[in-house]
Design a binder for this molecule. Structure first.
Ligand SMILES: [Zn+2]
Length: 51
């Protein structure tokens, strides 16, 4: 069981803040602590054959 992880060296695409994104592994989304923008992290939907 893990709670939210902060993601180092990632920049929010919306507000541009650095090191404010955290990963919620339960909901599989990344959320910005600054502006509240969130994005789904899509793990391995089609098995990595997207060339
Ligand atoms: Zn943001």
């Amino acid at each position: 069981m893990t709670l939210a992880h902060f993601l180092d060296n990632l920049r929010c695409a919306d507000c541009g803040a650095l090191n404010v994104l955290w990963l919620d592994p339960v909901r599989a989304l990344v959320e910005c602590r600054e502006c509240g923008a969130s994005a789904l992290t899509v793990p391995d939907t089609d098995d990595g054959r997207t060339a």
